[in-house]
Design a protein around this ligand. Structure first.
Ligand code: NAD
Length: 511
């Protein structure tokens, strides 16, 4: 989406708005491409020292950041809640996840990126010692979206910093304030090494960052992801892209329908549906359909929407960007005009700020935008299907392939889950795979390239250097010059002896 239409940019600053009221919170100066280059140059100069500190030394610093996040969470949550319009319960997911992530990578980094010793596969290499060492990309640039301003920026910075990289983040222009507070704390309150910073702005600042860094971690729309990848191609800079989704949920006839309906309500409406892994489309086997949609509509219909505080909690917050509210409205009106019915919701909420009513649509099909394109709002479309076969076919009928979920008797649901074409599938749960950081999370098809979490989530920030070390040897190897007749007579039979898999060929006997 075009940033300029969503955030009014004064001459050289971004106006950050409170989506719940439309009020201006703060003007943040935009970093020019020159500022971006200077910032990257500065942290690049300090990166070798950061790398030399070692895995334990870096965990020590990240541990200080973890403690700061836990000690100051109310302050950070206040800022983040204001710039996103989230309800408190949704915002509260962020500090806990980040603390867990710091501990996860801090305690496992040695196993994931420590030097590896490898046994040679062939006796011909017996005189060699094989090692792999993992060296960090000097500077990683992170470009992040607005839906989880810390998880999707700091959450990628943590494994990169733990790997020994310096990191510069460009947060979304809609939500730069919470992250800026954390970076400021790293620098001023914690006195952390000068290898971690952020720059602010819209697409131009993001593009400048791509030009300067050695690895790009991008999270955002597939549209911007393509631009980032094209720009990175100029400098042959590797990218990891975490893009959009249109996640399907399949409800089988033997599902616990109460659990499935409650999960669909939460998985579709949490964070006002502004999650890449939100449940956006649901396929229900015929025998369970009526009961499921009644329960889902009841559960969604009673969700409380608005600005909350400790004494008056709400369930669903605002749309963080005005552009997104317009997309959600377009998808819902397109579906209603083509014959869909809203069992609950179906329009913008009548209150100040950018709110869309939690919405359940039925009588939808794949000709409608709401079942094809990423809605990224508090809307689910539900279709009745004949059987699991049809559910799988429809679930896979998408250009996206980020996540999904299947509800049903455990073994049957697991078999169906294995056939869904996406990076992660939850069986009898939703969204939980994001917190199961032991396993990779990344998209198939147009949902991305690369993964975060697990071993790969830190290894991707490193380049492997293979060391082939000669333990003993004479003045020359038999394969080197001179190419004599004796050499020929010896080497070919030796190679044949070790590579053949039957004795006749090993010994070079006639057929
Ligand atoms: P977006 O693509 O509009 O913007 C993302 C970031 O890219 C912002 O910081 C923006 O300023 C920057 N940007 C814009 N143009 C750029 C350019 N030409 N070069 C470099 N940077 C540029 O996305 P958004 O609206 O902020 O976020 C919503 C999208 O993010 C949704 O599609 C959602 O599914 C996706 N998302 C994906 C994941 C995931 O892990 N797969 C997680 C959250 C969100």
């Amino acid at each position: 989406m075009e940033s300029a239409t969503a955030v009014s940019t004064a001459e050289e600053s971004i106006e950050v708005l409170d989506p719940a009221t439309g009020a201006v919170i703060e003007n943040v100066p935009i970093d020019s491409p020159e500022n971006v280059a200077e910032t990257v140059q500065r942290v690049r100069a300090n990166q070798p020292e950061w790398e030399a500190v070692g895995i334990e030394g870096r965990y020590h610093w990240l541990g200080k950041l973890r403690d700061w996040l836990l000690d100051n969470q109310e302050r950070v949550l206040d800022t983040m809640q204001r710039e996103t319009g989230k309800v408190r319960a949704d915002a509260e997911n962020e500090p806990g996840y980040l603390a867990d992530l710091i501990n996860f990578y801090g305690s496992r980094a040695a196993g994931f990126i420590g030097e590896e010793s490898v046994r040679p596969h062939s006796p011909l290499l017996a005189a060699k010692k094989l090692r792999i060492q993992y060296r960090p990309y000097p500077v990683v640039g992170i470009i992040s979206p607005w839906n989880f301003p810390l998880i999707l920026s700091l959450g990628d910075a943590i494994p990169a910093l733990q790997a020994g990289c310096a990191v510069v983040i460009k947060p979304s222009e809609f939500t730069p304030l919470g992250l800026a507070e954390v970076v400021e704390a790293w620098k001023q309150e914690l006195g952390g090494p000068d290898v971690f910073d952020c720059v602010h702005g819209v697409g131009e600042t993001g593009g400048a960052l791509v030009d300067e860094v050695d690895f790009v971690q991008f999270t955002g729309s597939d549209r911007t992801g393509r631009k980032v990848m094209a720009r990175a191609a100029d400098t042959l800079t590797p990218v990891s892209l975490e893009l959009g989704g249109k996640d399907p949920m399949i409800v089988l006839s033997d599902a616990d329908v109460d659990r499935a309906a409650n999960a669909a309500a939460w998985g579709g409406m949490m964070n006002a549906g502004q999650i890449c892994l939100s449940v956006e489309r649901i396929y229900v086997e015929e025998p369970a359909y009526d009961e499921f949609i009644n329960k889902l509509a009841t559960e969604v219909g009673r969700l409380r929407q608005g600005v909350d505080d400790a004494s008056n909690p709400k369930d669903v917050g605002a749309m963080t960007s005005p552009n997104q509210a317009a997309i959600v409205e377009e998808h819902v009106s397109d579906a209603l005009a083509a014959g869909a019915r809203a069992l609950t919701g179906g329009k913008r909420a009548e209150r100040p700020g950018d709110y869309f009513e939690p919405t359940v649509l039925v009588d939808v099909d794949h000709s409608m935008k709401v079942m094809r394109d990423e809605t990224f709002g508090p809307v689910v479309g539900v279709m009745k299907v004949r059987d699991a076969e049809e559910a799988v076919r429809l679930a896979n009928d998408s250009r996206y392939g980020l996540g999904g979920s299947v509800f049903g008797e455990r073994e049957r649901a697991e078999q169906v889950a294995r056939r869904v074409e996406c990076g992660a599938v939850n069986v009898n749960d939703v969204l939980i795979n994001y917190f199961a950081m032991d396993v990779p999370m990344g998209g198939w098809k147009q949902s991305g390239i690369g993964t975060r979490h697990g071993e790969g989530g830190i290894k991707k920030y490193c380049r492997s250097e293979s060391l082939v070390i000669t333990r003993f040897g004479g003045k020359r190897e038999p394969t080197w010059y001179p190419y004599t007749r004796t050499r020929r007579r010896l080497l070919a039979p030796i190679s044949r002896f070790f590579n053949a898999r039957d004795w006749r060929r090993r010994l070079g006997l006639e057929r």
